[in-house]
Design a protein around this ligand. Structure first.
Ligand code: KG4
Ligand code: ZN
Length: 340
């Protein structure tokens, strides 16, 4: 069975074809970063319009590359995300399924991220602990099986990717700031500033990043006042990155210990951060899994594989689903796994 995956939840148009027997066959991505950069963040209306412009040609490109005329099922991101952007993917997925007379599978965007490591040669077995870190989410999830998710902790304010982006902005870097901040940090001293590791001493597994962001803001202000800002930008970036990564790893180690889990999956855009990958592997006793860099950030391949794993949920009746908010806790195992 060939499953077409469509991702349009935010500022990347992603399309991929995954075969249940062949694995990933083709994938294509169009990033809107250049369109939003001048505004310093994603503009929802511009995102929706660009998805409309790019989605059909990308689908054609993927099918041509795969030499497949029509897939056997269409999976699409049904949420969470920008509702207008989701509507584009959802509307087209349902329209195509109607024309192709094939089933459609609505996919939770964060489940896509969580399953992205399954695209790799050595995928993790269940159970595992997932650290899902992106522009909109910071979550620790205990994963017992497909669709069996228990959210252990989440962010109380800014997501970690958002904290990277806002701190990058403070340091005069463009959007999206995460990769730019990580690059600047390479030239800095990560012990130059003693920044807080928020929440690490509190019970539970929630995150909070707004205090860290404010602490950097105060240091930036001080450096501007005493004229050292230009010289210290890299130190500020390195110290912020170190504090954010320490916080993520500290919380993950606490949760893995408490739940006696010896496999950790890191996924989502911030999962592309090299320091996070290296340090997690160094500090965690068990095994760490991550998708390749390109499948950390939003992409169609993760939606296609999630669709292939959820074929049992495929619906023949079309229903245009687009949910801006949607908790992972609400997902269930695929129908077949329940024997129904
Ligand atoms: O998963 P993603 O592509 O989109 C969402 O679903 O949000 O994540 C995007 C986020 C942005 O905040 C971006 O700055 C961050 O991931 N990011 C990084 C890196 N690459 C992307 N943050 C830190 N270091 C990176 N190398
Ligand atoms: Zn994402």
């Amino acid at each position: 069975m060939n499953v077409l995956g469509i991702e349009t939840s935010c500022d990347e148009t992603g399309v991929a074809l995954y075969g249940t027997d062949r694995g990933l066959i083709a994938d294509a991505l169009h990033s809107q970063v250049d369109l939003h950069a001048m505004y310093g963040g994603v503009v929802p209306e511009i995102a929706s319009r660009d998805h409309i412009r790019c989605l059909l040609p990308l689908i054609q490109q993927v099918l041509d590359e795969a030499g497949v005329e029509r897939p056997d099922a269409v999976a699409y991101t049904a949420g969470p995300g920008l509702v207008g952007a989701l509507m584009v993917g959802s509307g087209l997925a349902n329209g195509l399924a109607l024309a192709w007379e094939c089933p459609v599978i609505p996919i939770h965007h964060m489940e896509g991220h969580l399953l992205a490591p399954m695209l790799e040669d050595e995928p993790p077995d269940y159970p595992f602990l997932a650290l899902l870190v992106s522009g909109g989410h910071s979550m620790l999830i205990s994963v017992s099986g497909l669709g069996e998710y228990e959210v252990l902790g989440t962010t109380l304010d800014d997501a970690v990717g958002e904290a990277f982006d806002k701190t990058a902005k403070l340091l005069g870097l463009g959007y999206p700031g995460g990769p730019a901040l990580a690059a600047l940090a390479e030239d800095g001293d990560d012990a130059a500033y003693a920044l807080p590791r928020p929440m690490l001493n509190r019970p539970g597994f929630d995150f909070s990043f707004s205090g860290l962001k404010t602490a950097v803001m105060l240091e930036v202000r001080k450096a501007r006042e005493d004229g050292s800002y230009e010289k210290r930008r890299a130190d500020l970036a390195a110290s912020f990155q170190r504090a954010a990564v320490d916080t993520l790893i500290g919380r993950t180690l606490q949760a893995a210990k408490k739940r006696a889990l010896d496999r950790v999956v890191i996924a989502g855009g911030v999962g592309a951060n090299k320091l996070l990958r290296q340090d997690m592997a160094a500090r965690f006793d068990g095994r760490v899994y991550y998708p390749r860099m390109a499948y950390c950030t939003d992409n169609g391949a993760m939606i296609a594989i999630a669709g292939a794993l959820r074929l049992a949920d495929a619906a023949t009746a079309t229903e245009i689903r687009a949910q801006a908010r949607w908790s992972l806790n609400q997902l269930t195992r695929p129908a077949a796994a329940d024997g129904s």
